[in-house]
Design a protein around this ligand. Structure first.
Ligand code: PRP
Length: 193
């Protein structure tokens, strides 16, 4: 689940329905994903990188992006967690699923759905660098600079957004809304009748 440190009233667990307000439409997201894919296709021409998709949030972004990448690549998955069911990071990143294959001497492109405090991507870069890749770069769909604790360079970013709690296109609230084709702010919890 994504963090949203400015909305502590969201701390209580709740199932849908919630009041959602669209922030990025499906068309806007798809256009930007295509632009990122074009840039990556230029930058990785003649390369054979490993794309590392960070679960769970990045799987939708990764699915759309990699189908538009016109160079040889392999894909790996990692799952890390620092939020659990909270909306504020615990500050401790835990590795829950590791790579299935070595990235030694490979160019690595980390794919994130969102970079918020930067703690997760900072951990991941350090973790991956210890495996002797030839390069580690970061591509994120969203980044929220307002909450940054670790100043990690971002090589490719889709959208810079304000410090709002967002769901959709892979991002969740208590596991819900990852399936939305757009990204929305979750304004408040609506009591179920
Ligand atoms: C989200 C997101 C990033 C991380 C970013 O994952 O996918 O990995 O938080 O936050 P940070 O910059 O503050 O560290 P989350 O732990 O919510 O897991 P999920 O992707 O499975 O929902």
């Amino acid at each position: 689940m994504k963090s949203g440190t400015s909305v502590p009233h969201l701390a209580a667990a709740s199932a849908p329905p919630h009041r959602l307000q669209q922030l990025l439409s499906e068309a806007e997201i798809q256009k930007r994903v295509s632009e990122l894919a074009q840039q990556l296709t230029k930058d990785y021409a003649g390369s054979d990188p490993v794309i590392v998709c960070i679960l769970k949030g990045s799987f939708v972004f990764a699915g759309d992006l990699i189908r538009q990448l016109d160079f040889p690549l392999s894909i790996e998955f990692m799952r890390v967690s620092s939020y659990g069911k909270a909306i504020v990071t615990s500050g401790e990143v835990k590795l829950e699923l590791d790579l299935a294959n070595s990235v030694a001497n490979r160019q690595v492109l980390l794919l994130e759905d969102v970079i918020d405090t930067g703690l997760t991507v900072d951990y991941l870069k350090a973790n991956l660098r210890a495996r002797s890749p030839s390069q580690v770069r970061v591509c994120t769909l969203l980044h929220k600079p307002a909450n940054r604790i670790k100043a990690v360079p971002i090589d490719y970013a889709g959208f810079e957004i304000h410090n709002k709690f967002v769901v959709g296109y892979g991002l969740d609230y208590h596991g819900y809304y990852r399936n939305l084709p757009y990204i929305a702010t979750l304004e408040e919890i609506v009591a179920k009748s």
